[in-house]
Design a protein around this ligand. Structure first.
Ligand SMILES: [Zn+2]
Length: 129
């Protein structure tokens, strides 16, 4: 085991507080959120069970050490499918985000919050000023 791998090898969580594994060395029952989602699962109320730590040259924050949080597939539950009422509510909320309060059109994109209006209305205000 290389020095870096040994540094991140802590299955009992004595050094990091939670069980910690180096890259690609986590046991197969511990999955990331994305892996759970790909399998049609959700964490189901469980907290983070373990983490994978690895060194990255791309991300310099925290000394270039990145973390991926893992959940136990044994506590995971199947993903819930939204009801038609929930889908309708979401569609309504998203429509409201796309509707300009000035010209009252659905402009087809989410309004920028710093403008509060559609781009056409913002441009008209900027031109008038
Ligand atoms: Zn507008």
């Amino acid at each position: 085991m290389s020095r870096i791998r040994a540094l991140f090898w802590d299955p009992a969580g004595e050094r990091y507080g939670i069980p910690t594994y180096p890259w690609k060395m986590a046991p197969p029952h511990l999955l990331t959120l994305r892996q759970l989602t790909a399998g049609g699962l959700r964490p189901g109320g469980q907290g983070v069970q373990a983490q994978v730590l690895w060194r990255s040259r791309r991300y310099r924050t925290r000394g270039g050490v990145r973390a991926a949080y893992l959940y136990d597939v044994r506590f995971a539950l199947p993903k819930r499918t939204p009801t038609t009422a929930q889908c309708a509510a979401l569609a309504k909320a998203n429509a409201a985000r796309r509707t300009c309060p000035v010209c009252e059109r659905d402009v087809g994109y989410v309004l920028p919050r710093h403008l509060g209006t559609c781009l056409d209305c913002a441009e008209a205000v900027a031109a008038a000023a």
